[in-house]
Design a protein around this ligand. Structure first.
Ligand code: ADE
Length: 354
């Protein structure tokens, strides 16, 4: 699989449909860490088994009918492999994929340009699709539904509407916030799926696979130690493998054992539940300054010096999943488990609730 890039979009080329010019530009990208280790088929893609099972059926049915796959929407926290899965789907459909993100589609001509550039059967991946502006959305609707662009020419009384065909394509939208998508846009996706956090066993397989591709020596227990602290997220697991391998090489004989992995992760200040310094600072802030909450998101963000969107999209989902914080109508609260995780005793009134 190869990738080209310009300022706001890039595309995978599946091995069946190589293009030499594109390949020359792409080799640099191919060398990059993420792309090297990205799975290229369902067989290589670990986890999300229910979703994979459904997708395999939809893909086979689309192939049997000789049609494009329905538009798909993936939602869930960042780092769970939405882009990777889109690449796998394109490869399984023997098609190419163009990858962009909603903030890169600011002007009407951005979205029109990308739609007009598609080849029949191609996959268009739009990341952060909840950030698409109204005009871009309205251009997209007829393209998604009937594979047409409705364009207007002329002014005032002489205005004319033209329907310009676009090649049949599959849109794959990805979002961390399904609720922020407009109803009409959401309704135009035939398949909507949530990506789940990975289990420790699944992450252990991801870690071993990555170590093998990168030629790092790793013991089963070393892989498990990394998996346990990767907060259910393959992107984090892959990042940690690299960091731990560096540590193993400098401080030991290069082999990632359980002991070396734990030492390296301690140095990185990632605790036994995968929480990093910001996660712990967030919990501690709510406990120390706001009596355990509830406290509003904006207040937390300002006190931590972080963007509220980063807190909401990146930090909170895992803390919620682990039951360390709770969302209430009046803001965020630290749960008794959250108190205990930091070594504090939960307040009396919370102790009986759990
Ligand atoms: N790397 C990132 N996500 C992956 C996955 N789901 N399977 C295998 N390798 C991955």
């Amino acid at each position: 699989m190869t990738i080209i890039s310009d300022d706001n979009s890039f595309e995978y080329k599946t091995p069946e449909r190589k293009n030499k010019n594109i390949e020359a530009q792409v080799n640099e990208f191919d060398k990059s860490f993420e792309n090297n280790i990205r799975p290229k088929s369902f067989d290589d893609y670990i986890g999300q088994s229910a979703l994979k099972g459904n997708l395999k059926i939809s893909i086979e049915a689309a192939k049997k009918r000789g049609q494009v796959l329905d538009h798909l929407l993936f939602y869930g926290p960042p780092g769970l492999g939405k882009t990777t899965l889109a690449g796998v789907i394109a490869a399984e459909m023997n098609s190419d994929i163009k990858i962009t993100s909603a903030p890169a589609l600011e002007r009407p001509r951005d979205i029109i340009g990308i739609l007009m550039s598609l080849k029949g059967g191609e996959v268009l991946f739009i990341d952060e699709i909840h950030r698409l502006n109204k005009i871009a959305e309205e251009i997209l609707y007829p393209a998604m539904e009937d594979f047409f662009l409705d364009m207007t020419t002329g002014k005032a009384q002489s205005v004319k509407t033209l329907r310009i065909p676009v090649p049949k394509f599959t849109l794959i939208g990805a979002t961390t916030k399904a609720g922020a998508l407009s109803g009409p846009l959401r309704d135009r996706f035939g398949i909507i799926h949530r990506l789940e956090f990975y289990t420790t066993e699944e992450l252990c397989s991801v870690v071993k696979r990555t170590a093998k591709i990168l030629d790092f020596q790793i013991k089963e227990e070393g892989a498990k130690a990394i998996a346990k602290r990767s907060r259910g997220t393959p992107r984090i697991a892959n990042r940690l493998v690299k960091r731990v391998a560096d540590y193993a090489l400098v401080k030991s004989n290069g082999i990632i054992t359980e002991e070396i992995a734990n030492q390296a992760l301690d140095v990185l200040k990632i605790d036994n539940q995968g929480l990093d310094t910001t996660d712990r600072a967030l919990l501690k802030l709510i406990i120390d300054k706001y009596d355990g909450g509830p406290v509003g998101l904006e207040t937390i963000a300002a006190a931590l010096g972080e963007d509220s969107r980063t807190i909401e999209d990146v930090y909170e989902p895992y803390l919620l999943q682990e039951g360390l914080i709770q969302r209430t109508p009046r803001g965020r609260k630290v749960s008794p488990q959250g108190y205990r995780h930091l070594g504090f005793k939960p307040p009396i009134e919370q102790q009986t609730l759990f």
